[in-house]
Design a protein around this ligand. Structure first.
Ligand SMILES: Cc1ncc(COP(=O)(O)O)c(C=O)c1O
Length: 364
């Protein structure tokens, strides 16, 4: 079977260095918020050219703590995309605010800036754009709407570490950039992990308190916080991979090029790359009117594929009724019926991609 992601190949390549990094943590026996977390925070901040990065327990908490740190809460409305993983909007409800879903662009699958403008109300306090599948959102018009209406922008970069919008790294464009280090992400650990980056010193201070029970001095608690700390073993593993993140992303881009050059069916839409953007292909996602049949044929040929996401968030049970707001979102509905993601990871071979493309071409 050609899997969606083969984590073992990368581990075997990096085994010596990763094993040594993990052994170092075991030897030091400092497991929570130790030197590897501080070093990783400094390295991720430097990578982005920002002064602050705060390690947290996972990508969901990165978004949750960013919302809290930016003062979003009960009575506020937050505009986001319905075509994403549940975590993006779950956190909005968890802080007591209302998720407002607006439709996405049919080519990029990302939030449509024009739709944001139409969804604004007096309660709107923030926008959460998601750089889905590794493709940056069209940030200039989105940032202009935010500036005109005094809205915070929290970038969900869970799938896009290292992607660039007009030369600028995603996560550096808004008030906070939120990352997940879940094992299958572009930059990943071997458990759960996440990070928030920001240029604002007050946001950084609040995030540091929120992740540690609202405390900056031990046993003195200023805010209602969380236990959301990044652990040393995960930080040590991410540090090994961070050194190679640009090379990993380049390998993904090469794999995407090869898919483009070998899938020949005119009835299949290949991923669109927005001009001036550096897409990092967390996923290689095609559109097909015969998606379910194509998926079955791939499976019969021992090729994995996946539907991200079959049910857009405005149709999820948890968001029905008064727990969210949305109008008709036909583009998101249409994408949910036609998307199919193909195997994609830095170590996928040319031979594997040719085999996958042959199955797709032969199934027409
Ligand atoms: C777009 C998006 N946002 C947020 C998350 C949440 O990250 P985590 O699983 O680390 O909590 C994920 C990944 O799972 C994601 O894909």
């Amino acid at each position: 079977m050609i899997p969606m992601v083969d984590l073992r190949r990368q581990y075997l390549q990096l085994k010596e260095e990763i094993d040594e990094a993990v052994a170092g943590v075991l030897d030091a026996t400092q497991f929570i918020l130790g030197p590897n977390v501080s070093a990783l925070e400094a390295e991720v901040a430097r990578y982005h050219g920002l002064p602050h990065a705060v390690g947290v327990a996972n990508g969901t908490d990165a978004l949750l703590l960013a919302l809290r740190a930016l003062g979003i809460g009960a009575g506020d409305a937050v505009i986001t995309t319905p075509f994403t993983f549940i975590a993006t909007a779950e956190v909005v409800s968890l802080v007591g605010a209302l998720p407002v879903f607006v439709d996405v662009d049919p080519k990029t699958f990302n939030i449509n800036p024009a739709a944001i403008e139409r969804a604004l109300t007096k309660k709107t306090k923030a926008i959460i754009p998601v750089h889905l599948f590794g493709q940056p959102c069209d940030m200039d018009p989105l940032l202009a709407v935010a500036a005109r209406n005094d809205l915070k922008v929290i970038e969900d970069c869970a799938q896009s570490f290292g992607a660039r919008y007009k030369g600028r790294l995603v996560g550096t464009l808004g008030d906070a950039g939120c990352f997940s280090f879940f094992p299958s992400k572009n930059l990943a650990c071997y458990g759960d992990g996440g990070m928030v980056i920001t240029r604002d010193v007050e946001t950084d201070k609040t995030l540091r308190m929120l992740r540690n029970h609202g405390s900056s001095v031990r046993y003195h608690h200023h805010l209602l916080g969380y236990n959301s700390r990044l652990d040393e073993i995960q930080a040590a593993i991410v540090r090994v991979k961070l050194k190679r993140i640009d090379a990993f992303n380049e390998s993904r881009r090469r794999a995407a090029d090869l898919y483009r050059n070998t899938i020949r069916r005119k009835d299949i839409a290949l991923p669109f790359e927005m001009a001036g953007c550096h897409h990092v292909y967390h996923q290689f996602t095609i559109l097909s009117n015969g998606r379910d049949r194509l998926q079955e044929e791939l499976l019969r040929a021992d090729v994995a594929s996946a539907v991200y996401y079959p049910v857009p968030l405005h149709r999820q049970e948890v968001f029905l009724g008064s727990r969210s707001r949305s109008g008709d979102l036909p583009v998101s509905d249409d994408l949910a019926a036609r998307v199919l993601s193909l195997p994609m990871f830095p170590e996928i071979t040319e031979e594997e991609i040719r085999r996958i493309s042959d199955v797709i071409n032969g199934s027409a």
